[in-house]
Design a protein around this ligand. Structure first.
Ligand code: HEM
Length: 471
């Protein structure tokens, strides 16, 4: 595969001198580890960065821009030290495929464990191999087509009543408002309840647990400490709700996990249910909020697409959205795909090698953190025409640029850990968008460019203010 040409940053960073310096300085290249003699493998090139903090500052300040720079400098496989460990970047679709398809069983979820293990312990994404398959099979029972249809009806209800409360105006804070709405959806669909008086405590516990993963200081203080406290709040919350849920026959996801039973009689323990619920709430909440925020942003920037999406939704009338009805919104489908290409809600995926392995001809030793970078893959000009341009038609049948490589487009990951909530998440975001365009019109100034925070997940730094009008 030809090396990528220089790609401008896909989102703005502050063009301060410090950032420019961080982005452009070159350090002497060092090998990560010597390949076994006679293996014919090459070492992984890279460098450790500054003493103690390594390249952590660059990653936190520059995010994908920095990953792109390293790809240009070293190619698809390189290493850097950050957050106290050596990390190998597996950039580009070929590298992502090797890692995520994991044919050699060399890549384990212990990579996530290192960053978010203390906060999301034994969530599905943190389990490995046989144990993971066991839990995934059981959890799948909560995501059958029949269950999804049931959830979808509830999503529509919550979204419709939530949007009735929105007070339009100039500078309307899209991100915060969507985050509240997706939390309301999650508490209704996942728990058949409202977190009510606990809402603020539970919401901030989620925020703290998610942000803790990129703490530079991994001690029970500051960001890391807040994450640990957040985890305790969530555990107490779900554990207290568990007995009633076990006894109930409600149609929410929490109850579905309590009652999941395979033909062989396998079930989840109480601890399993609490761990899975905490992870699921996190996995569903931020990702959907970011995907919807990106979609709202691009529709605000491109009124011709907003009109097109609205025309389809208005033509559908007031009927409740079903799985089939959602399939009849092709423009919305294109726009959502393009929004998640331009802003991958989960921009990187983390693994750890459990044995020495080969990655695109490079020797990667056991015990190393390996990251695949979906957001970078979405931006490579080898796979996408004019990658920085908002161009939903690239996903249309006659172009299908996403088929250029199985791992060129991977907002939901790939391989055995591919997002189990992909269909639910897609329905939720489409429902939100459908109800939004029916009720409102919105715009952003022509010279406005949102900045996505490279900390943990890409959140709009300024909360994404738009001018919102009721139709
Ligand atoms: C737009 C919305 C979403 C996006 C972009 C997204 C993205 C992802 C990605 C990239 C992964 C793979 C991580 C890896 O391989 O390391 C993943 C895994 C996962 N997601 Fe999602 N997700 C979304 C919504 C949801 C929702 C709504 C749920 C639950 C209802 C959910 C539950 C999960 C779970 C449980 C896993 C772990 C799967 C496993 O390890 O087997 N996600 N998601």
């Amino acid at each position: 595969m030809a090396q990528s040409t220089v790609v401008p940053p896909p989102y703005d960073v502050d063009h301060t001198r410090v950032n420019e310096w961080l982005l452009n300085r070159r350090r002497p290249v060092r090998d990560l580890a010597a390949p076994p003699p006679g293996s014919g493998l090459r070492p992984v090139p890279g460098d450790p960065g500054l003493p103690v903090i390594g390249h952590g500052i660059e990653l936190l300040r520059l995010g994908i821009n920095y990953a792109m720079k390293r790809y240009e400098q070293h190619g698809p496989v390189s290493w850097a030290r950050a957050f106290g460990v050596n990390m190998v970047s597996a950039t580009g679709p070929d590298a992502a495929q090797t890692v995520l398809a994991n044919k050699d069983k060399a890549y384990s979820q212990q990579g996530w464990e290192y960053f978010i293990g203390p906060f999301f312990t034994r969530g599905l994404m943190l389990l490995d191999f046989e144990e993971h398959l066991y839990h995934r099979r059981l959890m799948q029972l909560a995501f059958t087509a029949e269950r999804l249809s049931g959830y979808l009806g509830q999503v529509s209800e919550v979204v419709r009543s939530g949007l009735d409360d929105w007070a339009p105006g100039t500078g309307f804070p899209v991100y915060r408002s969507l985050k509240q709405l997706t939390l309301d959806v999650a508490t209704r669909v996942f728990m058949a309840s409202s977190v009510g008086a606990d809402a603020d405590r539970v919401t901030s516990a989620f925020v703290d647990t998610v942000r803790a993963g990129t703490a530079l200081v991994r001690l029970p203080v500051g960001r890391w400490g807040a994450g640990l406290r957040g985890r305790r709040v969530l555990e107490d919350y779900f554990r207290a709700a568990l007995p009633a849920k076990r006894a109930s026959d409600s149609d929410d996801l929490f109850a579905a996990l309590c009652h999941a039973r395979t033909d062989e009689g396998e079930t989840f323990t109480d601890d399993d249910v609490v761990n899975h619920m905490i992870f699921l709430m996190m996995a569903a909440h931020d990702t959907s909020t970011i995907a919807t925020s990106a979609l709202v942003y691009y529709l605000g920037k491109h009124p011709e697409w907003q009109d097109r999406v609205r025309a389809e939704s208005l033509a559908m009338g007031d009927q409740p959205l079903t799985v089939e009805a959602l399939g009849q919104l092709p423009a919305l489908d294109l726009v959502l795909k393009e929004s998640m290409r331009l802003v991958a809600p989960v921009p990187w995926m983390v693994r750890r090698t459990v044995k020495d392995t080969e990655l695109l001809g490079h020797h990667v030793p056991a015990g190393v953190i390996v990251t695949t970078l979906s957001w970078v893959n979405h931006m490579l000009p080898e796979y996408w025409s004019d990658p920085l341009r908002f161009d939903p038609e690239r996903f249309a049948q006659d172009r299908r640029e996403d088929r250029s490589h199985r791992f060129a487009y991977m907002p939901f990951g790939g391989g055995v850990h591919k997002c189990i909530g992909m269909h639910f998440g897609t329905y939720e975001v489409k429902t939100l968008a459908h109800e939004l365009v029916r009720r409102f019109e919105w715009s952003v100034p022509a010279d406005y460019h949102v900045r996505w925070d490279p900390m943990a997940l890409p959140l709009p730094k300024d909360g994404l203010p738009v001018t919102l009008r009721r139709r």
